[in-house]
Design a protein around this ligand. Structure first.
Ligand code: SF4
Length: 362
C-alpha cells in the first residue's frame, strides 16, 4: 500500500473508532499489554487520532520493566563473587540495581557481553572455559524458546560452564490479575507472544472475566484495525477474542516452540514489578536441566532491594498511572540518567513518552 492509501485507510479506521466510541457514550479504557505496541503507538502518533472517551494504558508486557531490581543485584553479585561473564540482551545493561548497573560493573572491569541471540552464549562459554558464563534470563514466551534451545544444545555439546539466571515470565497469570482487579474494558493482545502461544489461549478472558481481547500486529494500520475491533467488542457487551494478526499468529500458536519451552522449564511462581508475587507466572529449570541453573549452581545472597519511592514504574505497569504523573520524568529521570527500568528499556512506557514527547496520558 502506498503512503497516500495508508493515510486514507488510517483516517477511515480512526473515523470508525470515533463513531463506535461516540455511540457507546461512556469512557472506554483499553490496555496494550505489549511493550512493542506501546512504542509503536507512541511512534505513530495513534493516540492523537483517538476520541476523548477512549483511553489507552500500558501494561506489563515489557520484560525488562517487570523484572524486579533484586534480579540486577543477583546478577551483579554473581559476576563479582564468581568472576563470571554476564551475557545479556542490550536493554538490561543500564537498568539500575541497588549497587549500580551492568554498565557500571563493566566499567569496574567486570565482564558483560551483549548478544542478539542466547545461542551466542555457547561460543562465549566454550572460548572462555572454565570461567562461568551466565546468561541473564529475562523475557516472555517469545524469548524463552531460544533460551531453552540454547540449553539443549549446550547439554548436547557438553558445555559445563554455561548457566542461566532465570527471571522468565509468562503472560496468562498477570492478564488474569489485571482482568480481575483493574478497571479495563479490554486488551490489545501481544503479537509476538501470541505467535508462540496462539490466539485461542486467551479464551479465559471472555469466559472468566467478561473482557474482550484482540491480537494485534505492530504496523500502525495493524494497531488501528485491532483498536477498531476491540472498541467494537467492548462497546457491544458481547466480549470475544479476535485474531487480527493472522499473517503471523495461528489459533494454536507454535506447538514446537511451546514444547521446547516445557522440555527445559516448568511452571514456577514469579515476582513482578508492579504486580508482586503471582503464582505460576514464571519458569524454572526442570530437574533434567538443573545443572544450568545459576540460582543453585552459583549461589549468592543479596539483601532485599528497595526501589526509589518516587518512581511510578510499578503503577505504570498496571495502567494506573502515566509517566507524565511522575515528578522525576524528564528531570531527574531521563534515558541518559534513568531512575527506573521503564525509562531504560526500548519497550518502556516512560522511554516512549520521553522519546515521542507525549503529554498527558490518554
Ligand atoms: S519517569 Fe523514571 S522515575 Fe518516573 S516512573 Fe518513569 S522510570 Fe520511574
Amino acid at each position: 500500500m502506498n503512503p497516500a492509501d495508508e493515510n486514507r485507510t488510517a483516517q477511515v479506521l480512526a473515523r470508525e473508532i470515533h463513531e463506535r466510541c461516540l455511540s457507546y457514550g461512556r469512557p472506554l479504557r483499553l490496555m496494550e499489554v505489549c511493550g512493542t505496541h506501546t512504542m509503536a503507538i507512541a511512534e505513530s502518533g495513534i493516540k492523537s487520532l483517538l476520541p476523548d472517551n477512549l483511553q489507552l494504558v500500558s501494561g506489563p508486557g515489557c520484560p525488562v520493566c517487570v523484572t524486579e531490581k533484586v534480579f540486577i543485584d543477583q546478577a551483579l553479585e554473581t559476576g563479582r563473587r564468581y568472576d563470571a561473564c554476564l551475557v545479556t540482551f542490550g536493554d538490561l545493561v543500564r537498568v539500575p540495581g541497588s549497587s549500580g548497573s551492568l554498565a557500571g560493573f563493566r566499567s569496574e572491569g567486570g565482564s558483560v557481553r551483549v548478544v542478539y541471540s542466547p545461542l551466542d552464549a555457547i561460543e562465549i562459554a566454550a572460548k572462555g572455559a572454565p570461567r562461568p558464563v551466565v546468561f541473564l534470563g529475562v523475557g516472555f514466551e517469545t524469548t524463552v524458546p531460544t533460551v531453552a534451545a540454547t540449553v539443549k544444545v549446550a547439554k548436547t555439546r557438553g558445555v559445563t560452564n554455561l548457566f542461566v539466571l532465570p527471571a522468565f515470565k509468562t503472560i496468562h497469570r498477570p492478564l488474569e490479575v489485571l482482568a480481575a482487579k483493574v478497571d479495563l474494558h479490554g486488551f490489545l493482545l501481544p503479537g509476538h507472544v501470541s505467535a508462540i502461544l496462539g490466539s485461542d489461549c486467551y479464551r479465559y478472558l471472555v469466559t472468566d472475566y467478561g473482557k474482550p481481547g484482540v491480537v494485534a500486529g505492530f504496523e500502525p494500520l495493524d494497531i488501528l484495525v485491532a483498536l477498531r475491533d476491540l472498541v467494537t467488542l467492548a462497546a457491544s457487551g458481547s466480549p470475544d477474542i479476535v485474531n487480527d494478526y493472522r499473517r503471523v499468529v495461528r489459533p494454536a500458536g507454535n506447538p514446537t516452540a511451546q514444547a521446547t519451552i516445557y522440555e527445559v522449564f516448568e511452571e514456577a511462581d514469579a515476582s513482578w514489578r508492579g504486580l508482586g508475587l503471582i503464582p505460576g507466572s514464571g519458569l524454572k529449570f526442570r530437574p533434567e536441566y538443573a545443572s544450568f541453573d545459576a540460582t543453585t549452581r552459583l549461589q549468592v545472597e543479596v539483601p532485599p532491594a528497595k526501589d526509589d519511592p518516587r518512581c511510578l514504574c510499578a503503577a505504570i505497569l498496571t495502567g494506573s498511572r502515566t509517566p507524565d504523573k511522575c515528578g522525576l520524568f524528564g528531570r531527574e529521570c531521563t534515558p541518559e540518567e534513568p531512575v527506573g527500568p521503564c525509562m531504560v528499556s526500548s519497550e518502556g512506557t516512560c522511554a516512549a513518552y520521553y522519546k515521542y514527547g507525549l503529554a498527558a496520558g490518554r
